[in-house]
Each structure stands twice: as C-alpha cells, then as structure tokens.
Design a protein around this ligand. Structure first.
Ligand code: AMP
Length: 185
C-alpha cells in the first residue's frame, strides 16, 4: 500500500563532532521534519547527531522510524520509544531497511559510517538501481572536501560527469528543507 506521507532517511554521525554548528543543524533539521510532516528514518541510536536529530524530530511531533542491528543496541543506545523500531541482525540489513522505507536520503555531517552510507546510495544511483534524491547538508563547508574528491574522480576519468548531478548540496537547513520540498513534490 502506498504511504500517505513522505519518509526522509537521515544518515549522520554517531558523534557530535567538534563544531557546535553541526549539532544545531541536526536539531533544526529534526524539527523541520516534523513541521513538514515527513517521517524520520534513521539509525535508531541516541548518540551524536543521530540522537540530536531524532530527539528534536520526536519533540516536535514527527513520526520516527529507527533501524538498528542487535549488536549495536547498547553501544548506540538504541531508542525503544520511537514510532517504529526495527532490530536487524546485520549492518547490511539495517541499510537496506532504511533505504527501502525512504523517499529521499539526507546525509548530515558524520564519519566513516556516514560516508559508507552516502557512497552506497550514490553508487546504486550510478548503476540505475534507484532514483531517490540524495542530499548533503554542507554545514560550514563540512562536506566540501568530499565534493572536491568527487570532482577529482570525474576529472581523472573514473566516473562520468553525471555523477555530480546525483548529489544535491544544501548549505543550510532551510535550503535543505526547500530542496526536499521540491524533490518530494
Ligand atoms: P559515523 O558516521 O561513523 O559516526 O557512523 C554513523 C552511523 O553509521 C552509526 O550508527 C554506524 O553504526 C553506522 N554504520 C557504520 N558503518 C555502517 C555500515 N556498513 N552499514 C550500516 N550502518 C553503518
């Protein structure tokens, strides 16, 4: 059955990082999800930017869908009070459940885990396996080195120029929200 609301998958750090702007942006985006009536799909943890986003989304009344592997329930402080919680057996299963339940993907600042998640969605798009919009929230230029790397890969002939078109970059939460509004119709 078709969902009557839109779901936004948020990949982001299990840490807060050193720049307080990232926590503030995560909180603002969590609240924006509720205002827009979008469901948050995320990694279910209560730590780092993940926790910030979800607490703000939940406090503002958003529907929250968390997906976490059993072995990370303690480490990432898996939340039990979400609208829906799915506990998976593996990391791969986690990413799959998050992906199939989403209409758009947003990557906030994060570490290796967030990069893994970003590149999986990007490479699946490159292979034509999906057409979901993919956004990077580039708060304070956090992802600018990643964007430079993608340009380098294209310039060196290891990817088609179209690769960059699969990534939408927003410098602020209002710009991200506006981009999602356009993308989700
Ligand atoms: P990080 O950006 O490194 O702080 O990680 C963000 C989130 O990604 C954490 O919840 C990690 O558990 C998760 N993560 C890391 N690697 C993977 C993976 N291969 N599949 C699914 N989730 C992952």
């Amino acid at each position: 059955m078709q969902q009557s609301f839109r779901s936004v998958c948020v990949f982001c750090g299990a840490s807060n990082g050193t720049n307080p702007a990232h926590r503030a942006a995560a909180r603002d985006f969590g609240a924006a999800l509720a205002v827009e009536g979008w469901r948050l799909v995320y990694g279910a943890g209560d730590i780092g930017l993940m926790g910030e986003t979800a607490r703000a989304a939940q406090a503002a009344g958003a529907d929250t869908f968390g997906v976490i592997p059993r072995h990370l329930l303690d480490l990432e402080q898996g939340r039990q009070d979400l609208t829906r919680l799915v506990v998976t057996e593996t990391m791969h299963e986690r990413k799959k459940v998050m992906f199939v339940n989403s209409d758009a993907i947003v990557v906030l600042p994060g570490g290796a885990g967030s990069l893994d998640e970003f590149f999986e969605v990007l490479t699946w798009r490159q292979l034509g396996l999906h057409a979901r919009p993919l956004f990077l929230l580039n708060t304070d230029g956090y992802w600018t080195p990643l964007l430079a790397l993608i340009e380098h890969v294209i310039a060196e002939g290891f990817a088609a120029p179209g690769l960059r078109d699969f990534v939408q970059v927003a410098d602020s939460v209002p710009a991200l929200t506006e981009g999602l509004r356009r993308a989700l119709g």
